[in-house]
Design a protein around this ligand. Structure first.
Ligand SMILES: [Zn+2]
Ligand SMILES: [Zn+2]
Length: 384
């Protein structure tokens, strides 16, 4: 389980395609000659496979590769979306040349992307004339939007569906009649500028339920007046992070590997914290739910009250991640009623995360120490 600070579950590609361990102890069944089935029947089976199974089949044998790849790239299943939060790649007039960190070949073939732009209304806001420094005329939202979609086209040329996300709906949605707020027409303009072969949507955090985030997917149809339509009220896709780009052996590769792995470990740590907190509601003793903060005596009978308490008091902010250096860390432990097997699983995951951080330290150390010993070819490259 990997999630960001808003409890949005993001699955690193590596985990997404990792074969899952079969834990059931059913005796192995008779081998089945799948490839002897009629091709039409085989295709029906492929059609029923999820994306990670298809990915495995692409690498199983030469005869499954073709059909599995076809279904994998078509990605017709509603639930799977690739996720990118590399908004700087799509920023208007960005003078720094941002590094593409995902695998560009992979990105070129995907059909469905969710892009997190942090704050849509800021991202596409009009820019006034720039008088200080190099002169730049005013930039309208439409110009920014056209620039944005052309960058999308370059990064994801096969994309058919695109979800833009990144604003908390502090305002009511859809826009109440008669009420004017610049953010609505701005987003409408952006969606209307989408290239004709791309279905563009926006997803907003519903924001009303504390500590359980859900998103609503919207579509805006243009016309004399734009209309906002709910496509999916509780949009809960599986968001897959794009596979990383391969770099040649270099200090830059070490640095990017370090930041990417740290990010994945950070997401995993957030996920593990979430699981630990969840044990308090899932395994209550005598029907009494407790607060995960050890010095808090609050008790609850309903999960919703407990959630509200965590939301109001921030008592979920526990462990070293939420402690300033030098302060005493309030520990986050599994609830004592948690079954032993679950506690062991949490412990094993913690060890895996710790080992991961140790591993990333090696990259940091290598780059920090000049990549290799003095006098070597690597050191020469580093110093160049
Ligand atoms: Zn963080
Ligand atoms: Zn509390």
């Amino acid at each position: 389980l990997c999630m960001d600070h808003n409890e949005k579950v993001l699955v690193p590609f590596r985990y997404f395609v990792e074969p899952t361990l079969q834990l059931s102890r059913t005796p192995p069944c008779q081998p089945f000659h799948f490839l002897r089935l009629h091709m039409d029947l085989q295709l029906i089976v492929y059609e029923c496979c999820d994306l990670s199974t298809l990915f495995q089949l692409m690498r199983t044998c030469s005869r499954t590769r073709g059909p599995a790849a076809k279904y994998f790239w078509a990605n017709t299943l509603e639930t799977y979306w690739y996720h990118s939060s590399d908004y700087c790649l799509f920023d208007y007039g960005s003078h720094q040349c941002p590094i593409i960190r995902h695998c560009p070949e992979f990105a070129r073939r995907i059909k469905k992307v969710e892009l997190n732009l942090l704050r849509l209304e800021h991202f596409f806001a009009e820019l006034g004339e720039q008088l200080d420094g190099p002169y730049r005329p005013a930039v309208s939202t439409a110009t920014k939007a056209q620039d944005f979609w052309s960058k999308v086209e370059r990064a994801f040329p096969a994309v058919k569906k695109m979800v833009l996300t990144g604003m908390l709906p502090r305002r009511a949605l859809p826009p109440p009649p008669g009420e004017f707020d610049i953010a609505y027409p701005m987003i409408e303009t952006v969606l209307n500028c989408a290239l004709p072969h791309i279905a563009a949507y926006v997803a907003f955090d519903r924001g009303n339920s504390p500590r359980s985030r859900s998103y609503t997917l919207w579509q805006v149809t243009s016309g004399l007046e734009s209309t906002w339509q709910v496509v999916n009220k509780h949009w809960t896709p599986t968001r897959i992070l794009l596979p990383p780009r391969r770099f040649t052996d270099s200090p830059l590769r070490d640095l990017l590997t370090f930041t990417r792995m740290n990010y994945a470990l950070h997401l995993e740590t957030r996920g593990l914290d979430w699981l630990k907190i969840e044990t308090y509601a899932r395994y209550p003793l005598d029907g009494v739910i407790r607060c995960p903060r050890l010095d808090c005596d609050a008790t609850f009978t309903e999960r919703s009250q407990w959630k509200q308490h965590l939301h109001d008091t921030s008592h979920w902010r526990l462990g070293p991640g939420y402690t300033r250096e030098g302060d005493w860390a309030m520990e986050l432990l599994c609830f004592k009623g948690t079954p032993i097997s679950e506690q062991a699983a949490v412990e094993a995951r913690q060890q895996r995360i710790d080992a991961g951080y140790k591993h990333t330290k090696k990259f940091q150390w290598r780059v920090g120490c000049g990549w290799s010993q003095e006098g070597t070819e690597q050191r020469r490259l580093f110093e160049e």
